[in-house]
Design a protein around this ligand. Structure first.
Ligand code: SAM
Length: 224
């Protein structure tokens, strides 16, 4: 019977690949990758040689039928993204849904995802939380911010470094300057940094020190 494995990969530190992920990657028939060059680098590091084919975000709808055919023709296929867990702000959801509709078994390995270390290290309650992924850049952004402002659970966002200051400004505007936030930058990498404070304080810090790298914003819930 055909099976699709969803395999999380490191978000910076190659030591974060799991033993099981290495075994599944080395036993599979075919690997679908978001960017084949990124995945081939990881496979070279792990000394694994397996066929790698692209499965892109921008053509996820188009790629589905041919991907399903290939999965059905194999015993084991793996889906990876460039970093972290496929399906989490990365391609994957549509393929999983289609596989289930076609009776293909899905197995998702636990592993790296940027939201989890950011949430847990933020110091905000993590017994319940909301993951909002990337906010829309333009249309719908203010609506989401208004909804998040009322949320009493901890909220986790992904954001790009060049939009961080703007986003912190909007958090201050919609949720109040004193709303507590934690910015997690370059998690698991050499320059990992956590900046905690009010939205106004953290915004002022990054205005003075323009950030580089990858960023997660964690916002304390309303009445936190
Ligand atoms: N699938 C990934 C996951 O499981 O976290 C997310 C992929 S999404 C395209 C990339 C975003 O994840 C980045 O813009 C950033 O917001 C966040 N991210 C990924 N790696 C990170 C890291 N090492 N440190 C902080 N944020 C990271």
């Amino acid at each position: 019977m055909s099976k699709l494995f969803i395999v999380p990969t490191p978000i910076g530190n190659l030591e974060d690949i799991t033993l099981r992920a290495i075994r599944i990657l080395s036993e599979t028939d075919l690997i679908f990758a978001e960017d084949t060059r990124v995945t081939k680098k990881l496979l070279n590091h792990l000394e694994i040689q397996k066929p790698v084919q692209p499965f892109h975000a921008h053509n996820e709808h188009k790629s589905l039928a041919s991907a399903i055919d290939k999965i059905k023709g194999n015993t084991s296929t793996v889906l990876v993204s460039d970093a972290g867990t496929p399906g989490i702000s990365d391609p994957g959801f549509l393929l999983v849904r289609e596989c289930l509709a076609e009776g293909i078994k899905i197995e998702c390995l636990p592993g790296p995802a940027a939201l989890i270390p950011a949430l847990v290290a933020s110091g905000f309650p993590c017994d319940r939380f909301v993951f909002e992924g990337f906010l829309p850049h333009k249309k719908g952004r203010q609506t989401r911010l208004k909804i998040i402002a009322e949320e009493t659970r901890t909220v986790v966002l992904y954001e790009s470094p060049h939009r961080l200051v703007k986003c912190l400004g909007q958090i201050a505007e919609f949720m109040g300057e004193d709303r507590k936030v934690c910015v997690a930058r370059e998690i698991t990498k050499m320059y990992e940094e956590y900046k905690r404070g009010t939205a106004a304080e953290v915004k002022a810090h990054y205005e003075a020190n323009p950030p580089k790298g990858e960023i997660v914003i964690v916002i304390e819930g309303k009445n936190g």
